[in-house]
Design a protein around this ligand. Structure first.
Ligand code: NI
Length: 170
């Protein structure tokens, strides 16, 4: 399992670089990311979240095949937007409604470097947008207004303090 980096780590705020080499190391990285994602019971995980500031993210919606997106770019979004309560493995324990387009078109490369395009809606479109943001140093809280963002950050701090206390007790 890979360590998941949480809020406060600089790597979460970096613009990620393009992946140019499609080799066994990349394949192993993507497999480790999927394992880590499943273990953490999440639906998406991006490179910076495991300390790798490169353009890769994985999505695994339960009951469906895991997907790997390399060097992705969102080329279209629906005009219609929707609200969904998002969380993030890098901000464990807190959630907030986020408004985003309900549909996206994304172009990316697969693990062999082969280009593909997906038109997504529903949960997949939501996760794709959330993960793609990570590759540009952006977190879901950045979509909130200042007051909402403060609220989430305060709740996160509170939970983190509780967790640190718990850790030091054992
Ligand atoms: Ni996230």
């Amino acid at each position: 399992m890979l360590d998941i980096y949480t809020l406060g780590e600089d790597v979460l705020r970096e613009e990620c670089s393009d992946i140019k080499v499609f080799d066994d190391a990349l394949r192993m990285l993507s497999e480790a990311m999927i394992d880590t994602l499943d273990e953490a019971d999440g639906v998406g995980l991006a490179g910076p979240q495991i300390g790798v500031p490169e353009k890769i993210f994985v999505v695994h919606i339960r009951g469906e095949k895991p997907l790997v997106f390399i060097n992705p770019s969102i080329t279209g979004t629906s005009i219609e937007t929707g609200v969904y309560e998002e969380g993030c493995l890098s901000l464990p324990g807190v959630y907030h409604d986020v408004v985003r387009p309900v549909g996206v078109t994304i172009q990316a490369q697969d693990i062999n470097g082969k280009p593909f395009t997906i038109e997504a809606d529903g949960l997949l479109a939501r996760v794709i947008q959330h993960e793609n943001d990570h590759l540009h140093g952006k977190l879901y809280i950045d979509h909130l207004d200042e007051k909402e963002k403060e609220k989430v950050l305060r709740a996160y701090e509170k939970k983190n303090r509780a967790r640190r206390r718990q850790k030091s007790r054992v």
